[in-house]
Design a protein around this ligand. Structure first.
Ligand SMILES: C[S@@+](CC[C@H](N)C(=O)[O-])C[C@H]1O[C@@H](n2cnc3c(N)ncnc32)[C@H](O)[C@@H]1O
Length: 252
């Protein structure tokens, strides 16, 4: 069989298998996707559906850093509908071609704090932020520090392709290597639990503990769920069982 035909056949079969296996709307939309190129690991779609579904009813503001071929913006549009405000950020000015009603493209760098602040001021509070840009640790960190506070109190922060934290030499990553974004996220787990620190504790836990409800780790993907948190209360409920001596049931 000609190589071109073989590769098209394989792609078609892969698409059919993805449609057959789709367990959610997002997986089905991704499996059916044609047109603009989208570049995501296939396991992301089930995960995104799990976290994004509750936001579908409203007019979400979704910001994605990294537009590239425009395919993921198409997917968000199909999933969230025409009322969603979609914002794409990219360094490549050619991405402006994906501007459309309710879809805005900002050209700039994700490590440029002033640029990010300007975008945030223009678009307003964010429901969903997806960092799929340079995948460089320093850039991911600047983006997190600048835009996490701009995400709504019940919104979501997502960072894709954490695999870069493990990849040497492209990104300077490595398992357990200091300075990677994954190592930073591991530190954030402690911040999430600041309520329970005993040694050297601040009386008032840092902003992250008060704003984050959960950190969901998946292969190459982190989703942080925001929710205003107060000091957790240990609240035993129910009665302490009182043992009563009951007569043994009689044999009938
Ligand atoms: C992995 S692609 C995005 C793929 C797209 N989100 C998708 O799912 O199909 C990464 C994009 O990030 C852009 N990019 C790279 N470095 C960047 C930076 N420092 N700031 C903003 N965008 C950047 C690149 O131009 C490229 O288009």
């Amino acid at each position: 069989m000609h190589r071109g035909v073989r590769s098209r056949t394989l792609k078609g079969l892969r698409r059919l298998r993805a449609m057959w296996n789709a367990g959610s709307d997002m997986e089905m939309l991704a499996a059916k996707h044609r047109g603009h190129v989208m570049n995501k690991w296939s396991h992301y779609f089930a995960i995104y559906d799990r976290h994004f579904a509750r936001l579908r009813a409203g007019a979400v503001t979704l910001v994605e850093i990294g537009v590239a071929g425009g395919g993921s913006l198409d997917l968000w549009r199909q999933y969230f509908g025409p009322r969603a405000q979609l914002i794409g950020i990219d360094t490549n000015p050619e991405c402006r071609r994906f501007e459309a009603p309710n879809t805005r493209i900002f050209i700039g760098r994700q490590e440029d704090v002033d640029f990010l602040e300007r975008v945030a001021a223009e678009v307003g509070p964010i429901d969903i932020l997806i960092d799929d840009g340079s995948h460089r640790f320093a850039d991911q960190l600047v983006t997190f520090r600048t835009l996490f506070p701009r995400i709504k109190a019940d919104g979501l922060y997502c960072c894709e392709d954490l695999c870069s934290s493990y990849w040497e030499p492209e990104y300077g990553g490595g398992v357990g290597k200091a300075g990677t974004y994954v190592e930073f996220l591991k530190g954030l787990i402690d911040e999430l639990n600041a309520w329970f620190w005993r040694d050297g504790v601040d009386k008032e836990p840092a902003a992250f503990a008060r704003a984050a409800h959960g950190m969901h780790f998946y292969p190459a993907l982190i989703i942080i769920e925001k929710r205003a948190m107060a000091a957790p209360i240990l609240n035993p409920v129910g009665h302490t069982a009182k043992l009563e001596s009951r007569p043994a049931p009689m044999d009938s």
